[in-house]
Design a protein around this ligand. Sequence first.
Ligand SMILES: NC(=O)c1ccc[n+]([C@@H]2O[C@H](COP(=O)([O-])OP(=O)(O)OC[C@H]3O[C@@H](n4cnc5c(N)ncnc54)[C@H](OP(=O)(O)O)[C@@H]3O)[C@@H](O)[C@H]2O)c1
Length: 251
Amino acid sequence: MSKRPTNNINKVALATGAAKRVGACIARHLHSNGFDLIIHYNHSHSAATELANELNTIRPDSAQIVKADLNLMSEVETLASTAVSLWGRLDLLVNNASSFYPTPVESSTQQQWDELINSNVRAAYFLSSALSKQLKRHQGCIINMIDIHAQRGLPGHPIYSIAKAGLQMMTLSLAKDLAPEVRVNGVSPGAILWPEADLSEEEKQAILDKTLLKRTGSEQDLAEAVYYLSQAEYITGQIIAVDGGKSLYSH
Ligand SMILES: NC(=O)c1ccc[n+]([C@@H]2O[C@H](COP(=O)([O-])OP(=O)(O)OC[C@H]3O[C@@H](n4cnc5c(N)ncnc54)[C@H](OP(=O)(O)O)[C@@H]3O)[C@@H](O)[C@H]2O)c1
């Protein structure tokens, strides 16, 4: 991380959890459309470094990495202040970082509650709060990566589902409270990338059977929705499902 406290002329986006997978695709797509990128990561230092090198090779001085454990409020606060100091501006916050694992209701723990709630919604809220002044200055926007299971809980994952439902309501609430200067929207993925923990082939097929388009989506589908919302100047308080029709499935 190097400081370049100039008045950057490019728009600057902070994407959380952006070293790999969906977040990295969002970062690449925003970058290819002219944003400079602050790539937040926690454990994935080498992937974040490689991604920043890739983007800086395409356009020098256009990507920085910042580490923070979003479970820790002190690190959330430092991430917000560092993000603003790097280029002296911020136009877009993408709350993408998330932890995800099952928490059977009979055996779930407070530690799981804290991890899932903190990474999926508490950090997103306090980052948005801390960055709202800067986003207002640039008529910026916030885009939250939610989940179609914010509407109908994912069996076996009650805490994750509660966290994403909170993120959904946060999208609607902050759209009201930060208007008219800051737009706040969400993208709700369905089956895009299988979780890093293994799912059996039968489990994957059962999910695809309930998806109208009968296939998974791609990270690029999500990145394009994020970029669209970043440019859609008359849209706020909306959540786009990018789910191949899964949320319409009747059972
Ligand atoms: N993949 C899908 O099909 C799908 C479906 C529904 C919803 N979504 C949502 O779309 C977004 C992206 O999905 P994804 O599958 O790419 O996510 P992911 O790989 O599960 O997680 C993204 C990143 O979040 C970061 N993260 C987790 N806990 C953190 C913590 N305590 N502090 C800081 N960073 C933390 C991790 O960063 P490090 O690796 O650096 O630690 C991780 O690489 C997520 O919000 C997810 O819930 C995805």
